[in-house]
Design a protein around this ligand. Structure first.
Ligand code: PRX
Length: 648
């Protein structure tokens, strides 16, 4: 990481976007209509955020107009106050009877190669039937539904059906363990859970229903479990279980969209924070629709003839915003893929880009670094000339990976939109537009209508030097609260600086106002673009009978950005061994999911702590990566540092 940051600081190259792309871009067209000459003027004018976002909101269909654009009682914002809307009316219903009705919404490809194409009409009918089925089970506006599904078409269908009837979905990533799934379902007090018999990952059958059964043994709120038949594997059949296909049979193909207030909850998405308990990020119908739609149209310049592929998993926010909601509102054709990106060969994605004529492709730096390692002979086997724009998200992209992506995937023609945002922000916040000169490794400038800055410890705006990344004014797609935990919402994001959103990232701004995001500055790790709290992994470790105490840190990894390293104090009578290391790694994977599996475990007799008993992860990290430990005068037990030397 230190090496990467150094590389970032030296980066001076600038890549101008192709003139033709600029001229024909959605954003440029809008600028012309508004008599805006250049980028600086665009950002300046959009500082009138009510004007800017109201203009964006007018592109959607509302059942009733708003009376006020923004009501800001820090830290609580209401956008498009009193407006009535349903995001699904905008994503599906309003396309019916237009040329988009018979356009393909999703080209879905399973890992084994099967293909399903759903037009907007097909999707509309499937969503309506499932919405009616949910209603038949007694699900009403405001009820919570947990969706524990892999990347199959039933996942967006289930989400849209919930939203259409005003129910709140909580999607749990299918790679999460039964324990993680149970925690989230219980917190949301979901009445219904939607899952699948099984699916394929790297050719291996994963029996997700079995996980769900294990998770739901202790979830009293759940009244029904709806099971999609995908793999045809044997599943147990409990009283609460009902097959998806039986449930939708005979349901009406039409369903009214519930009239929602602009501020009514659309979904909860749990994400990792600095404590062991995940945070339920809350997004709403109105502002979220506006923010995701405008960013997709502008950042990725989405047009009717594009074939869009956001290669994320819908279990994360990237998939919620840019596989499900924004592309459907925009009437786009999207590619959706079930399986592993390098299965059965490292050119799976490149072959799909060629096969479907993908024009815009959005992935993560971890994926780029993985493909870089496989080598450029794999993309070179395929005709990638349909591509016109690329995207990156989830973690900092090092200039070397940026250049490889630009050269071998984008043929030096396709600008890379390196988009900085978070589960909390709902949509892109600091990102290039097709008109932006690019610097490899920089997420460039703020999106119009967003006010990002870097603060020092005292809340003073910094230039050049690194500091805390903050957002100074509210934006429509911002989280509204943490589910059932409004105090944590205030404390976590709004208490460090008055009326200012603290992102939790360290970043720097250069002389051109370009942002360079360095990574998390709190106790949250970013492993392969996935957010994992150190406290979550620590609490999984201490839940093992052999473990008395644990400390977890992230250490640099050439592909995944970071990997997890754990230091463990064993209980009396337990002996360190390689077998125990393996058992603890397995235990964490079972408690949270395979993404949280520690790469290494060290046994120690003591951990460095402050006098108040707080573990000093900074010291552990320095030792682990061989950096100077710095000031350790506040340590209560300096001898623990020597212990670490032995363990490392
Ligand atoms: O640290 C930043 C990093 O990912 C975090 C947000 O994670 P999550 O809520 O899971 O959402 C990921 C997808 C939007 C941020 O706090 N991050 C995200 N995008 C970038 C990034 N770091 C650097 N560059 C990015 N483009």
């Amino acid at each position: 990481m230190a090496k990467d940051i150094e590389a970032l600081q030296k980066e001076k190259r600038i890549f101008e976007p192709p003139a033709e792309l600029v001229e024909n871009s959605n954003v440029k067209k809008w600028m012309n209509e508004h008599d805006i000459k250049d980028y600086d003027e665009l950002l300046e004018r959009a500082k009138d955020k009510e004007w800017f976002w109201e203009d964006a909101a007018k592109e959607l269909e509302w059942f009733a107009p708003w009376t006020k654009v923004l009501e800001w009682n820090p830290p609580h914002a209401k956008w498009f106050v009193d407006g009535k809307i349903n995001i699904v009316h905008n994503a599906l219903d309003r396309h019916m009877g237009t040329p988009r009705e018979n356009k393909v919404a999703y080209i879905w490809e399973g890992e084994l190669g099967e293909v399903r194409k759903l037009t907007y009409r097909d999707l509309y009918v499937e969503v309506n039937k499932f919405a009616n089925a949910l209603k038949g089970l007694g699900i009403q506006k405001g009820d919570r539904v947990t969706i524990y599904l892999p990347m199959i078409p039933e996942l967006p269908i289930a989400m849209l059906a919930c939203a259409k009837i005003g129910a709140i979905h909580s999607v749990v990533f299918s790679g999460f363990s039964p324990h993680a799934m149970m925690e989230r379902t219980k917190d949301a007090e979901a009445k219904v859970v939607i899952t699948v018999d099984g699916f394929y990952r790297r050719g291996k059958l994963i029996s997700l229903k079995q996980n769900a059964d294990e998770a739901l043994r202790d979830a009293p709120s759940v009244k029904h479990i709806i099971v999609v038949k995908r793999a045809g594997n044997d599943v147990s059949n409990g009283d609460k279980d009902v097959w998806w296909h039986e449930l939708v049979e005979g349901q009406s193909a039409t369903a009214e969209a519930e009239v929602m207030d602009s501020e009514d909850i659309l979904y909860i998405l749990y994400t990792s924070g600095t404590t062991g308990k995940p945070k339920g990020i809350v997004h709403v119908h109105g502002g979220y629709a506006v923010g995701t739609y405008r960013t997709l149209k502008w950042v990725f310049d989405l047009k009717d003839e594009d074939v869009w592929w956001c290669a994320a998993d819908i279990g994360w926010v990237t998939g919620h915003s840019y596989i499900v909601y924004a592309p459907l509102i925009a009437g786009a054709t999207s590619v959706m893929y079930e399986g592993a990106p390098d299965y059965p060969h490292p050119d799976r994605l490149w072959s799909m880009i060629a096969k479907y004529g993908v024009t815009i492709f959005y992935t993560s730096p971890t994926a780029v670094r993985m493909f870089m390692k496989y080598g450029e002979e794999w993309p070179k086997k395929h005709d990638l000339s349909s591509l016109r724009l690329l995207g990156s998200v989830g973690e900092p992209i090092n200039p070397e990976a940026w250049m490889w992506y630009y050269e071998y995937i984008g043929d030096k023609r396709c600008p890379i939109m390196d988009t900085w945002w978070q589960t909390e922000t709902g949509s892109h916040m600091i990102t290039p537009l097709p008109i932006t000169p690019l610097k490899p490794g920089s997420t460039t400038r703020q999106f119009p209508g967003v006010e990002a800055d870097i603060f020092d410890d005292n809340g003073k705006s910094l230039t050049e030097k690194g500091g805390h990344l903050v957002i100074k004014t509210p934006w429509p797609s911002m989280l509204r609260t943490l589910y059932k935990d409004p105090e944590r919402y205030e404390k976590q994001y709004w208490s460090r600086f008055p009326d200012t959103y603290l992102a939790g990232d360290a970043a720097r701004k250069d002389e051109d106002g370009y942002f360079w995001v360095q990574g998390r500055e709190d106790d949250v790790l970013n492993v392969a673009g996935h957010r994992i709290g150190t406290a979550e992994v620590e609490s999984a470790l201490v839940s093992h009978p052999a473990v008395a105490e644990a400390a977890v840190i992230g250490v640099p990894h050439p592909i995944k950005g970071e990997e997890i390293s754990a230091f463990v104090i064993l209980r009396k009578g337990r002996e360190p061994s390689d077998a125990l290391k393996d058992e603890l790694k397995r235990h964490v994977a079972e408690e949270i999911g395979p993404i949280a599996r520690p790469a290494s475990i060290g046994f120690v007799g003591d951990l460095p702590k402050t006098r108040s008993g707080k573990i000093m992860r900074r010291v552990i990290k320095a030792k682990a990566i061989g950096a100077p430990v710095g000031d350790i005068s506040t340590l209560a037990n300096p001898e623990a540092v020597e212990e670490l030397d032995k363990a490392v």
